[in-house]
Design a binder for this molecule. Sequence first.
Ligand code: NAP
Length: 252
Amino acid sequence: MALKPEGRFVSKISIVTGASQGIGEVIAKRLAEEGATVVLVDIQEDKLKAVDQDIAQAGGKALNFKADVSQLAEAQRVCEAVLAEFGRIDHLINNAGITRDALLMRLKEEEWDAVLAVNLKGVFNFSKAAIRAMINQRYGRIVNISSVVGLMGNVGQTNYAASKAGVIGFTKALAREVAQRGITVNCVAPGYIQTAMTERLPEEIKKAFLELIPMKRFGLPEDVAAAVIFLLSDEASYITGQVINVNGGMYM
Ligand code: NAP
C-alpha cells in the first residue's frame, strides 16, 4: 500500500470489522492510504496485528482490537475506546462474516445461530454502539457488506442468505432513521470474490459459479473496496439506503 499525499479521508476515524484478511483487510488499507485512522476489528489477533503493522510501515494510522462482533458488549468496548481516544467515529464498515453451509435438512441449529449472530447481529451490535456518536456529530457513513446470496439465494446457504438479506433490510430501515442527521447507510453486495471464504469451496461449485458470471471471472477484494470507498466519499453524500452490487453481472 502507498499513502496518498492528499488523501480523501485525512482526519476521519474509520472502524472496519473483519479487517484481518480478505475484503476487510483491503478496505482497511485503502482507507489508510486515503489518510484515515483505521480501527481494525477481528477475532484473529495475530493477523490483525500484521495488518496494523503493514499500515504503520507504509506511514498510515491504525489501531487494532481483538473483538467478537456477535457480542454487543465487545462492540461497545471498541466504540467507547475509540471515542475516548478520538472523540468521534466517522465511518463504520460492517464487514465481518462467516459461512456454515449445509442443506436445510442437515443444517444444525448452532450453524444457523452462529451465522445469524455474526453476519446480522454483528451489524446491529456495531451500528448500535456507533450511532449515538454519529448522530451527535451530525455526520457518519455506515457501509454494510451483504452478499449476492442475500438477493438471489443459494443452495446450502439458507442461514447465510437470510443473514445477508437481513442486513439489507436493516440498512434501509436505519438509513431512514438517520437520514436527517447527516448519516448515510448503504450496502455493498459482493458476488463471488477470491478470498479465504471462497477458496475452500469445492472445484465443481467454483465452476458452477463461473458459469453464472457474465464477465467470466471472479472478483477481487479490491473491486469491493472500491465501491466501499466511493460510498464513504463526499461524492456519495446523497446516496443512502442503497445496495451496490459488485458481482461481474451475476445478479442484475
Ligand atoms: P474472510 O476472508 O473469511 O474474512 C472475514 C474475517 O472476519 C475473518 O478474519 C474472520 O475470522 C472475521 N470474523 C469472523 N467472525 C468474526 C467475529 N465474530 N468477530 C470479528 N471478526 C470475525 O471473508 P471475506 O471473503 O473477506 O468476506 C468479508 C465479507 O464479505 C463477509 O461479510 C462476507 O460474508 C462478505 N462476502 C464475501 C464474498 C466472497 O465471495 N468472498 C461474497 C459476498 C459477501 P475467521 O477467519 O476466524 O472466521
